[in-house]
Ligand binder design. Structure first.
Ligand code: NOJ
Length: 743
């Protein structure tokens, strides 16, 4: 019986919810009908043309071989399906006109761009945003980005990045939502909803792209583009949920990753792109390769040449070749030689055409970019929202009482990020403009008065400046407190920025040491797109506020927090390691047979380091506030739950401090005995709660038993009956504990 229930439940878990299917079905089927009709009129060459994406000579180039000659002629011949990285509305409309008016069948182009944390208004980098744990706000940020993007003329963003990563040596952690699959899944789905809205053909929505499929966040030793060696079990259990959630939210495109999986590069990996993505996850849109990743199979050593690479990718169900051109060069010959069937080409092509149809491009190819830009871009309420989201994303890591600052305080503002309009936008800043950034200096001057801010840059990110330290000391001399805005630049965040040393560069450490010598209180404002080893800074500073790369409105957001106008409420979505040697590090590690905290904790033969703790410096979920929150009265309302039912857990949270604040209440579970090894804790619920000073609230979590499903040794995800521990609190070390059983 138990087995039967488990099987039934497994079936239920793998079925898309009816409402989601109902919602998208009519549009999709209409789109496919349209595509099938059109395909009948197309030559083989034209069909392959739809599968080719190029970057124009003057576009943004992020890899070798970007830029193609004679592109206009290719468009006229119907040999280009898409472009990426064009910024100019005028140019997009010109090219669109060529495709629509001058090619035989007039099939519109689809324009893509990396709009990953804002278009013109830049929100904090994605890792930062995820520290807000504010799903509605993140969805809204994507909605705003979509409206601005569509107004510029772009139809498609290469976002959300759904890659789980627990290795901040990898610079691209900045583009994702951290180390946790549950939080990551909520955010990925929210971003898809934000971009695509309810109607993909509306002029303020754009197509989303689930990337990088799959497991791109686990390159060996954090080196970008490096090998991924991961079991299917691990992929399904820990890495898949955010991709799955984005697909279930209706994302109409996906991107294959640069890495290999089980020895086969993702762009030629049929198990990933066909069996898993389409078969198991139910994806119905089209897959674009990453930049040149089809041709890169030659460098991987799994394809003999470009033609072989195109053959493998097409047969793996990869629809569109980004940049290199192997599809258009070799596609026809491959069909003629019987290496790829025309049926396959038809399938690949219909999926591209269907998305173009869903975007409304066949109705009006110029709809995007024809809006009144001034009504959509940089709207005042959206800038205000960006300020709020930036403040919610910042995490107070330590504070000995120096924050919030007192009124009338004189501030020395020092450091390479203090007045850096460009760096604060972070990596992949869409179409963000530094001239619209409000810097920390400007934010503080507006809040505390220009006369109270003494600014000195002090040093560059990785270089000293002649006289820099002296200037900083003079500023400190005039001030009551030093705000030291240090960290990494935007150039050390994002793609191709892997590091082996994640401590702060020496010139910035020297600046901190010199300022420490003045005896003034020091607040470190830490700007970064990744977790860092900040033992030194935490020890020396009176407070550390993690400001990240906060986007267009970073300055006012910092002012809001340091002044106490707002209370910090961000919580880490990635562990801050004690040292680089611990990486990759995440709270949801497995137990092991010899856990560090075992009854024989004095034994040598336990899973631990001999020169460093196992624990991070700051754990997942961590974040301080200017007030105190107390958790009590944990009650498991349903100690025994039937499979298919809902676990209910209540907790009381009280604001016992002096000011209002918000906290992120987090619920973790451990499956005590399972068929495969389970993490020590897994996040299964969270809620942002706002409390006035002295106020208390009861928070109730409702966890469907389907959320307790995990990957079994047969690689099926299902929930089992059994006993669970549950913890609720303000981070992944939450102490209040209860238990429940699923029967
Ligand atoms: C390479 C990156 O890996 C991917 O994330 C991005 O979308 C493409 N380049 C296009 O810019």
């Amino acid at each position: 019986m138990k087995r039967f229930l488990s099987a039934l439940f497994a079936l239920m878990v793998s079925m898309p919810s009816l409402s989601a299917a109902e919602k998208s079905a009519p549009k999709e089927s209409e789109a496919y009908k349209f595509a099938d009709k059109l395909i009948k009129k197309m030559t083989l060459r034209e069909k392959i043309g739809q599968l080719q994406q190029f970057v124009p000579k003057k576009g943004v180039v992020t890899g070798p071989d970007g830029g193609v000659e004679n592109i206009e002629e290719s468009i006229r011949q119907g040999l280009v399906g898409s472009f990426l990285n064009i910024r100019s509305t005028k140019r997009m409309h010109e090219l669109q006109r060529m495709a629509v008016k001058e090619s035989r069948l007039g099939i519109p182009l689809i324009f893509g761009f990396d709009i990953i944390h804002g278009c013109r208004i830049i929100f904090p980098e994605n890792l930062a945003m995820s520290c807000s744990w504010d799903i509605e706000a993140i969805e809204r940020s994507a909605r705003i980005a979509a409206a601005e993007t569509a107004a510029i003329g772009i139809h498609w963003t290469f976002s959300p990045m759904c890659d789980i990563s627990a290795d901040p040596r990898w610079g691209r952690v900045s583009e994702g939502s951290g180390e946790d699959p549950y939080l990551g899944a909520k955010i990925s789905a929210a971003m898809v909803r934000g971009y695509q809205g309810k109607d993909l053909s509306a002029d303020n929505t754009i197509a989303a792209c689930v990337k990088h499929f799959a497991a791109y966040g686990a390159p060996q030793a954090g080196r970008d583009y490096h090998t991924v060696d991961m079991s299917r079990f691990m992929l399904i259990d820990r890495y898949l949920p955010p991709y799955r959630a984005a697909v279930e939210a209706g994302a109409v495109t996906a991107m294959s990753s640069f890495n290999d999986f089980e020895g086969v590069p993702a762009s030629g990996n049929r198990w990933l792109l066909h069996d898993l993505l389409r078969g198991e996850l139910g994806f119905k849109g089209f897959v674009v390769s990453d930049w040149n990743s089809v041709h890169e199979m030659v460098a991987h050593g799994t394809a003999a040449n470009g033609k072989d690479a195109a053959r493998q990718a097409m047969n793996a169900h990869l629809n569109m070749d980004m940049v290199y051109g192997d599809y258009i060069k070799y596609g026809e010959a491959l069909v003629e030689e019987g290496e790829v069937s025309e049926k396959t080409i038809n399938q690949l092509c219909r999926e591209v055409l269907a998305v173009k149809y869903q975007l409304g491009l066949f109705d009006n190819p110029y709809k995007y970019g024809s809006q009144n830009k001034s009504e959509v871009i940089y709207r005042a309420e959206n800038l205000q929202f960006a300020r709020e989201l930036a403040a919610k994303s910042m995490v107070l890591l330590s504070n000995n009482g120096v924050l919030p600052l007192k009124e009338g305080v004189k501030i020395a503002l020092v450091g390479p990020l203090a007045d850096n309009a460009y760096a604060q936008l972070g990596a992949w800043r869409g179409l963000g403009e530094a001239k619209r950034s409000v810097t920390i200096r400007e934010g503080l001057e507006a809040r505390f008065g220009k006369e109270n801010i003494f600014y000195a840059k002090g040093c560059d990110f990785r270089k000293t400046i002649e006289g820099g330290i002296e200037e900083a000391l003079r500023a400190a001399d005039k001030a009551d407190v030093v705000l030291l805005s240090i960290g990494l630049s935007h150039k050390e965040s994002g793609e191709a920025t892997s590091l082996t040393d994640i401590s702060l560069p020496a010139p910035q450490q020297a600046l901190l040491d010199a300022l420490k010598g003045t005896g003034k209180k020091i607040v470190v404002l830490l700007g970064t797109g990744r977790a860092l080893d900040i033992r030194n800074e935490v020890e020396k500073a009176d407070a550390v506020l993690l400001t990240w790369h906060g986007g267009t409105m970073e300055g006012p957001a910092v002012a809001d927090l340091v002044s106490g106008d707002k209370n910090p409420s961000g919580h880490l979505s990635i562990s801050f390691p004690y040292c680089v040697g611990q990486l990759p590090l995440h709270y949801n590690m497995k137990m092991t047979g010899r856990p560090r905290k075992s009854p024989q904790h004095n034994s040598k033969y336990l899973s631990r380091y001999t020169d460093a703790p196992n624990e991070p410096l700051f754990p997942f979920g961590y974040g301080l506030s200017y007030t105190e929150f107390e958790y009590s009265d944990l009650k498991v309302v349903t100690p025994n739950v039937l499979m298919g039912g809902t676990v209910k857990v209540r907790v009381k949270i009280s604001n016992t401090g002096q000011c209002a604040g918000e906290d992120v209440v987090q619920l973790y579970v451990r499956d005590l005995v399972a068929e495969t090894t389970r993490p020590v804790r897994e996040l299964k619920g969270f809620e942002r709660v706002s409390l006035a000073a002295g106020e208390s609230k009861i928070v109730e979590f409702k966890i469907p038993t389907s959320d307790l499903a995990y990957c079994h040794s047969d690689l099926k995800v299902r929930a089992d009956s059994g006993d669970f521990l549950v913890w609720v609190g303000a981070d992944s070390n939450a102490k209040l504990q209860g238990k429940f059983a699923v029967r």
